[in-house]
Design a protein around this ligand. Structure first.
Ligand code: SAM
Length: 251
């Protein structure tokens, strides 16, 4: 399905325009039969309404029909188990969406898991899939760059395919501050993004691409880089996307 880009292409589809309370110009447009809302800031930069975008993605696509679908998040699972955290460790899956990682963590006996996502629809789909098992999980709907997570609470932070959507350095800074604040000293941080030769966009949105060094540089020395891997993800559409996985420990 064709999705709008966070770029000037959107203007071609514009149907209506007004001014938001934040001083952004709001515009609605239709692409591939779907209605989208964007904001245009004072520099004329198009800002996609991120939450609406992701709600629409999960409302209109089956979980196993999105490019990032994995039947099992094997790489993530292996790295999480490799940290040696206990089964009662506080684990957060940031931007977990409808990932099956939660299913496998519960199956392996992890008991203290939080799934955070911008999209209420994604969380609802995952909860429904898990049935009764969902009751033992903490569900957080919100933007990882804006929520106030408990300080020094998490033993393990996991993010696959979320950080690379943060194209604005201000958002990346907020994300890193969030991780620094909410992961306890000595805790583990696993972040997977598109690799330097990975896709330039996903779900119609522009993405950043990182090698291990540039990804670690975003986080800084408070995050001790213990390992990294490059992995090819095979999408349901038969294409391959290169990912960089970095595994860090908080100082
Ligand atoms: C490409 S999907 C990856 C989902 C999941 N991590 C996986 O590997 O299957 C990106 C996810 O990040 C969520 N997301 C995007 N921006 C976010 C933000 N700022 N805060 C929290 N979640 C966000 C989206 O709703 C979506 O579920």
């Amino acid at each position: 399905m064709e999705r709008p880009r966070g770029s000037c292409h959107a203007a071609a589809f514009r149907r209506s325009c007004c001014m938001s309370a934040a001083g952004h110009k709001q515009a609605r447009f239709v692409s591939a039969g779907l209605e989208f809302e964007i904001a245009i800031d004072f520099r004329g930069k198009v800002i996609m309404d991120n939450k609406k975008h992701w709600e629409q993605v999960y409302a209109t696509n089956a979980s196993n029909a999105v490019s990032w679908f994995q039947e099992h998040a094997e790489q993530s699972m292996r790295l999480i188990q490799g940290t040696g955290v206990g089964k009662d460790a506080a684990i957060i899956d940031v931007g977990g969406g409808t990932s099956t990682l939660i299913d496998d963590l519960l199956f392996e006996g992890y008991t203290n898991i939080t799934v955070l996502d911008l999209s209420a629809k994604a969380l609802e789909v995952t909860r429904r899939r898990l049935g009764n098992r969902a009751d033992s999980v903490t569900w957080l709907e919100g933007d990882v760059t804006q929520l106030t997570l408990s300080a020094q609470h998490y033993d393990l932070w996991h993010d696959r395919a979320v950080f690379h959507f943060l194209t604005d350095p201000i958002d990346r800074h907020a994300y890193v501050q969030q991780a620094m604040r909410s992961v306890r000293p000595g805790g583990h941080v696993i972040v997977a993004t598109f690799a330097e030769d990975g896709p330039e966009k996903c779900s119609g949105l522009p993405t950043m691409r990182y090698c291990p060094e540039s990804l670690h540089a975003e986080f800084g020395n408070a995050f001790q880089l213990l390992g990294h891997e490059k992995v090819g993800h095979h999408t349901p559409f038969g294409t391959e996307q290169k990912f960089t996985y970095c595994y860090c420990r908080m100082e």
